[in-house]
Ligand binder design. Structure first.
Ligand SMILES: [Ca+2]
Length: 136
């Protein structure tokens, strides 16, 4: 009897530890972070673009994190979000055509982003050059 009790006592910490492991929730998926109303920072772990937003990504294949702007909103200078000359892919979930520009303040070559369309990878010569975007 005594030996069973001693044995049971030894098992309590092990059982508690096992319970703790079982009860620990899985880490929550990283969520977009609002910078200002209508502008979100996208975490590197997500590749989906919220409905109603235009999303630009640091890496090809909608990876590496990036930014999402609510439909209708423009960004005249990517330097303001520390994203100048970094865009490699995009998704347009706004329902409106958007354009991105080679230079800030909508200057330089303009590239269309059709509503509901996406680019897995912009052309190599246009990689890491985007500096602004707006509905167009
Ligand atoms: Ca640029």
């Amino acid at each position: 009897m005594l030996s069973i009790t001693r044995h049971a006592r030894a098992l309590v910490p092990a059982a508690a530890c096992l319970l703790a492991v079982v009860l620990t929730p899985a880490p929550a998926a990283a969520q977009p972070e609002m910078i200002t109303p209508g502008l979100l920072r996208l975490p590197a772990q997500t590749d989906n673009c919220p409905d109603g937003y235009l999303c630009v990504y640091r890496d090809i294949g909608h990876g590496g994190g990036g930014f999402a702007v609510n439909g209708g909103r423009a960004l005249n200078d990517f330097r303001g979000i520390d994203f100048n000359d970094h865009m490699s892919s995009w998704i347009n979930e706004t329902g409106s055509r958007y354009c991105w520009y080679e230079h800030i303040n909508y200057n330089g070559t303009r590239f269309g982003m059709t509503a509901g369309d996406h680019s897995h990878a912009v052309n190599p010569e246009n990689n890491d050059v985007a500096s602004a975007l707006e509905p167009c």
